[in-house]
Write a new protein. Structure first.
Length: 148
């Protein structure tokens, strides 16, 4: 509108279709950005859950009485944590139980390494990678005053 209140006429009548063309060009880029953002969020959330599973596994292994019981408790704890947090994968749990070989009264630790494959196929576009492998490690001290 000009100062007198009358509408201004467009001097370029060919500008009418530009919005449709801009939308057609920018929409796929915006969708690709959103899919990439979803993938990053899924991997970050999955990594946090795997880190929690590793912490739980290390803690349960550190309070077990024997190395055999430590392995069973750690694996069970990791599976429970992953399932309870909604990350459905088959983890690999590796333990460093060298702290169990130290005599009572000496400090020792247990390390739990949890590896999980996070599926991305349900949010990815065709042709994009379908999974991401995440590995987290956590250490927990063994009580120096209990028998081993």
């Amino acid at each position: 509108m000009n100062f007198s209140g009358t509408p201004l006429k467009s001097t370029h009548p060919r500008d009418a279709g530009n919005a449709a063309i801009e939308t057609a060009v920018l929409a796929p880029l915006f969708i690709a950005f959103l899919v990439g953002l979803l993938i990053v969020i899924r991997v970050q959330q999955g990594s946090a859950v795997v880190a929690q599973a590793a912490a739980d596994a290390a803690r349960h292994a550190s309070i077990a009485r024997t190395a055999t019981q430590a392995h069973a408790d750690a694996t069970s704890s990791a599976l429970t944590t992953l399932h309870d947090r909604g990350l459905h994968c088959t983890p690999t749990v590796r333990l460093d139980l060298s702290g169990y070989h130290r005599p009572a009264g000496q400090a020792g630790t247990v390390a739990a390494h949890v590896t999980c494959v996070i599926r991305l196929a349900d949010i990815a576009l065709p042709g994009m990678p379908g999974s991401r492998t995440v590995t987290q490690t956590h250490r927990s001290p063994i009580d120096i005053y209990r028998a081993r």
